[in-house]
Ligand binder design. Structure first.
Ligand SMILES: [Zn+2]
Length: 143
């Protein structure tokens, strides 16, 4: 399932191999290290140089979506009032949880990003993964 594969940081092509070398998002030294190729199907994880540059926009969008979600949840469950500190409490809660979730969001945004460029191949077991390096080189030779 697409969503499950993205949420668990799996290769979008086979939806089995993990793209990160560590499972632990809070191992801050290693949490962004990726396998060069999917260990299950051989899909290249960095399709081109600087491939993940755009993920800062994705993690920004995740941050905004999360803040909207906590705002609505707080509003429904606890309510907001202009006559108490409820908005400040929400701001503190949202800020603290965002900082705590940041490593998870950063990993998730790469996982999402890769899934938009690499399609699921139900037949991955019988087919070789695309060799992007070769494609990039051929492309450059034609220049
Ligand atoms: Zn794979």
């Amino acid at each position: 399932m697409y969503l499950w594969a993205v949420l668990t940081n799996r290769c979008p092509r086979c939806r089995e191999g993990k793209i990160y070398t560590t499972e632990n998002a809070y191992d801050l030294k290693n949490n962004m290290k990726m396998h060069e190729k999917c260990i299950v199907c051989g899909q290249v994880t960095e399709i081109e140089v600087g491939f993940y540059y755009g993920t800062s926009y994705v993690s920004y969008a995740l941050t905004v979506a999360y803040s909207v979600a906590t705002f609505i949840a707080w509003w429904v469950i606890l309510g907001f009032s202009l006559y108490d500190n409820s908005i400040i409490y929400w701001l503190i809660f949202n800020g603290v949880t965002l900082v705590l979730l940041q490593p998870y969001f950063m990993r998730l945004s790469r996982s999402l990003w890769l899934s938009w460029f690499v399609k699921y191949d139900p037949n991955w077991k019988n087919k070789q993964a695309n060799d992007y390096e070769r494609i990039v080189k051929e492309h450059m030779n034609n220049w």
